[in-house]
Structure formats: C-alpha cells, structure tokens
Ligand binder design. Sequence first.
Ligand code: URA
Length: 248
Amino acid sequence: MSRPPIASQMRLDRLLANMGYGSRKEMQGLAKAGRIVLDGAPVTDADRRIAVAPDLAQRMTVQGRPLDPPPGFALMLHKPLGVTCSHKEAGALVYDLLPGRWRMRDPAISTVGRLDKDTSGLLLMTDDGALLHRIISPRSHISKRYRVTLDRPMAGDEAALFASGQMVLEADDKPLLPAALETLSPTEALLTIDEGRYHQVRRMFAAVGNHVAALHRDRVGGLDLPADLPAGEYRLMGAADIEALFGA
Ligand code: URA
C-alpha cells in the first residue's frame, strides 16, 4: 500500500494536528496566544502555509519546546528484548518507547519490517511510506546482519548450506537466497541475510538441528546499530544514516 507523498507545504494548524499536538481548533488557539514561534517570531495565524522540511524542528517551538520531527522522518531504535513490533498486540510495544504524542501522528509511524519479541537490536521506524518501501524492496538489496547465539555447537556445514541458495525451509516453497555465515565461536555466529521471512534466522538454525538461544540485529544495509545507543532508546536518522543504509 503506497501512501501519498508528504505535502511540502501545509497549513500550520493541520500540520500540528497531524503531528499529534491537538485538534486544529486547539492549534488555532495556541497560535493566537503566541505560543507557536517560527524563526523567533510568533505565528499568530494558524491558516498560514508552512514549508514542511526537516529543519522546521530547529526553527519552530510549540509552547516553548522544539517542534517534534516534521513528517517524513526516520529513526533507529535499539529494540530491547520483550517488546513487540505491533500497533495493537497486548503487552509492551515498540511504539511505547517513543513519545506518547507520536502515536497520534498522521501519517503514522511504522516499523520497517519486524523483529521478534525475543530479538533485540537495530529496528528502523519511519512515517515516510516511500522510504519504507524503498528499504524493504528486494530491488534495494538491503541486507540484515544478526548476531546469533546457539544452544549447541555448530556442526561445521551450516555456512555452505546457508550460502547455497538451495535451502528450503519447512512450509516454504521457494529456496532461501544465499546467506553468509561468519563463525565467531562454536556457538556464536554472524548471519547476514538478504530477505526477511517469518522467523527466518530461528528457522534456518532449527532446520540444521540447532536452536537459537539469543538473537540480536547489529546492522541493516550499511548502517550499524550505534554502540552508544542503549537498549530502549532511539535516535533520529540524518541524511548520512540514510546514505549509509543504502550505501552498503
Ligand atoms: N529472524 C528471526 O528468526 N527473528 C527475527 O526477529 C529476525 C530474523
């Protein structure tokens, strides 16, 4: 499902309402009260059309606070264990790790693919449908790298099988694309895959008689999970991050 492109110019009341700040009427009230400031001057007319650009967050304040990221943004989250990549399942959700107001945004923020509840690591999120589709499109060849900890030592033939392009998982009809396995120790490896099938890494190791004890994604495309980003925290992505993501 493709979304319409994010408008480059928008009425101020609509922009802020879509960003979850409140109703358009409330935004008109805030503007009248001089509580919305752009480039140092109050914008008292909420009908005014505003150019929607990433730098608006540095140029506008709402009730004295810098504006949230304007529409068309992406972030990287260090997903902790135990949270689900879903908008509506029971229990802790990745969306709970973002500011509450961001839940009301239109366009909504979505995860770029999913990580299992029991998988930690780099998860991208965006409200930009075109960017999301570009990242997940097979044509973009965005690989994902996982650090895998296994219950049992590897047999030694896993790398060749995973790289073969001939491996068919139970309940699948198409073979997996070749995947690269780098062994770190008998029970630890880095696995790089170019697709994102359901529980793919766990199923690949189950197919060779092993069991994944812990799974952590440390890289997507050419973008590494920042070493200084603690589990449960997020960082907005800048142009250099997007370039790194597609540049691998
Ligand atoms: N493969 C899995 O099995 N789980 C994930 O979360 C990601 C890839």
